[in-house]
Design a protein around this ligand. Sequence first.
Ligand SMILES: NC(=O)c1ccc[n+]([C@@H]2O[C@H](COP(=O)([O-])OP(=O)(O)OC[C@H]3O[C@@H](n4cnc5c(N)ncnc54)[C@H](OP(=O)(O)O)[C@@H]3O)[C@@H](O)[C@H]2O)c1
Length: 401
Amino acid sequence: MPSAIVTGATGVLGRQIVFELSKNAQQWPTVHALSRSKKESYPENVIHNHIDLTSSADDMAKDLHNVRGEYIFFAAYLQKDSEQENWDVNGAMLDNFLTALTKTGAIKDVKRIILVCGAKQYGVHLGAPKNPMLESDPWLTDSKWPPNFYYNQQNILHKFCKEHGKEWVVTYPNDVIGYAEGNFMNLSTAIGIYALVTKELGQDLAFPGSPDFYTKFDYFTSSKLHANFCVWAATEPRTANEAFNVVNGDAESWQNLWPRVASHFGLRVKPDQFANVEKGSESSEMKLAEQPPIAEQAQNLGLVGHPVTSQSKVVQSIDLIKWSQRDDVKKAWTSVADKMGLQKEALEKATWGFLGFVLGRNYDVVLSMSKARKMGYTGYADTWESLEQVFGELSAAKILP
Ligand SMILES: NC(=O)c1ccc[n+]([C@@H]2O[C@H](COP(=O)([O-])OP(=O)(O)OC[C@H]3O[C@@H](n4cnc5c(N)ncnc54)[C@H](OP(=O)(O)O)[C@@H]3O)[C@@H](O)[C@H]2O)c1
């Protein structure tokens, strides 16, 4: 029976891969979970090892001397301030880790390496993509685009696998719904805090993103579904040397989800929530890349001059960073946290800029699952149910009531 090695084992996506593998101890008798910190107790078939992926391959090899496995899941990620730093650091972490496995000799056992990337593959952070996004869409490698660390990681992976006769799989999840202990960087925490404070202030729940995006489509990825996909793709013969979008399989929009969020927290949606966006001092607007990714394909698609090829923007009807710094908001959160015994630092640590971006875009974000389906993957997750489950996990962790 094979063993697995998972890097980023405490992260939103990696942690779930560890749990998905460990569920089936007969098939996966040994799962090596690697990260700098150890945040939770694991099932019996999981062995946690310390590793610092920013160290040299020689140093890592010392930490890895007892670590062997046929399947490697690389879900580690270090966020840096600039895209160039992300390129350098995240590329080096993967490169040095793979080199360390050659130094210990563990590479001999390896059959397949699964690398977790994301929908930034298509430049969804830069503006409107071509929808639905397909794995065969061109990479944005022209010098006019900022460096994309996924391209560096995938190039490193492809080259390494070619040289060592190994197989690879890459995943592209989008807007992940998941939870990891001590990690406040997820949509669900910020949405939950926003709703609780709104309730404490006695207000109706106003969507803080853009009126445009409220009625557009977004495709989400449950961290559980993603883990299930990774484990399936690791051993499925047809998926060798292929990259896959991994999204829930339902089409979602905030016009559908927001009223459910409101009702989950005992609120109602503010009926005229976008009435004051234009004049509101609370709102903000940020322009994205000069041209959106879809402009790259405008010629072939017959979209030259079409409005979708003009610069995309992020509009927040309530700018969430400013909102989280308001005195009345801080006071309301302290009061909620005191009453309910919640973690007070959650307001400060939650990723308001990220949520503002995700809710404020003015374009659809639709990823096709056809490639995975054609190869036999049948997994599906309901986005609202995934969100509700994560609210439950946040509640158990005393971040939400
Ligand atoms: N979360 C999302 O919404 C989302 C969406 C699409 C794509 N993705 C992509 O998915 C991948 C994983 O992201 P994630 O959100 O799961 O990340 P995450 O929650 O921030 O977790 C990162 C993991 O990497 C580990 N790590 C960081 N630096 C390390 C180091 N120097 N040495 C060893 N381990 C290190 C962390 O553990 P320690 O700190 O304990 O070392 C943690 O386990 C990334 O490529 C990300 O871009 C994420």
